[in-house]
Each structure stands twice: as structure tokens, then as C-alpha cells.
Design a protein around this ligand. Structure first.
Ligand code: AMP
Length: 142
């Protein structure tokens, strides 16, 4: 996948948006989709992507930020409540040099608990039944 240049419509998240690949979805409306990260850095690690085709923060139209960030906040609230977390860490990696690996804009919403560290970014695949259980808890918290 090229890490610069125009938006590539065959990126993994575009394929999830089109329903071509499965995902443990927790939220969807006309603006954004949220689903669990398959390599969670903490239990309940959720990604929130806009439906607009933007590679990253720098490509997102300025007037699209308000509606998108409102969804990020809404999802973050459900993630914290559903996972019974003490707090959250939000992250966004911009460009390959910034750590981005999938070139469709996304915010990571990471539930945090006092004294519990994060696992490494993109380290290990989580079991499908664990992701399924976490997604159910988060969906129930909207
Ligand atoms: P980034 O480095 O910010 O581009 O992060 C991409 C994230 O997407 C990583 O945390 C991956 O674990 C996650 N990821 C990759 N493929 C999938 C997928 N098919 N479903 C859910 N998450 C994915």
C-alpha cells in the first residue's frame, strides 16, 4: 500500500466500510464507523473512521472535523462506560513515518485502567471471541 499520494480505495478500512471485510462494529451512522482493533493495545481498543475518503488528518476537509469528532467523542464515551475503564488514551498516527499503517483516517480509542500499561502497537492478534465479547459490552453502553 503506497504511503503517500492519493487516497487508495482498496485500503483495509475502505473495504470494511464497503462491507467487503468483516469487523466487530460498535457504532455506525452517516458520518463514521467504529469497530474493534484486531490487535488491541488494551482490551476494548476501538477505531473510529470517517466515511469521507481521507488518508489522514491533513487530508480531512476542515468542515468535516466537527461532525467526525462528535462521533469520536460519542464512541469514546461508550468505550469508557462499556469497558468500565478508569480513563482513555486517544491516538492518531499520520503518515508512515508517524506510525500509520492503514491509510484511511482513524482515531484509536484506548480504554485505560490505573496501573495497567498499553501493549505494543500492532503486536498480536486478539481471539475473535474476545473481540466479540468486548464489542457487545461497548454496543450496550450507547
Ligand atoms: P495505524 O498504525 O494507526 O494505521 O493503525 C492501524 C490499526 O489498524 C492497527 O492498530 C491494526 O491493528 C488495525 N487493523 C489492521 N487491520 C485491521 C482489521 N482488518 N480490522 C481491525 N483493525 C485492523
Amino acid at each position: 500500500m503506497p504511503n503517500s499520494g492519493p487516497y487508495q480505495p482498496d485500503n483495509i478500512f475502505a473495504r470494511i466500510l464497503r462491507g467487503e471485510l468483516p469487523a466487530h462494529k460498535v457504532f455506525e451512522d452517516d458520518v463514521a464507523l467504529a469497530f474493534l482493533d484486531v490487535m488491541p493495545q488494551s482490551d476494548g481498543h476501538t477505531l473510529v473512521i470517517p466515511k469521507i475518503a481521507a488518508r489522514g488528518l491533513l487530508d480531512m476537509p476542515a468542515d468535516a472535523w466537527g461532525p467526525y469528532m462528535a462521533r469520536v467523542q460519542k464512541v469514546a464515551s461508550a468505550v469508557k462506560a462499556g469497558m468500565d475503564a478508569d480513563g482513555l488514551t486517544l491516538r492518531q498516527y499520520e503518515g508512515a513515518a508517524g506510525g500509520q499503517t492503514v491509510f484511511h483516517l482513524h482515531f484509536h480509542v484506548l480504554p485505560r485502567w490505573e496501573g495497567v500499561g498499553l501493549r505494543r502497537h500492532g503486536d498480536a492478534m486478539e481471539k475473535d471471541d474476545v473481540l466479540k465479547a468486548h464489542a457487545a459490552k461497548i454496543r450496550a453502553a450507547f
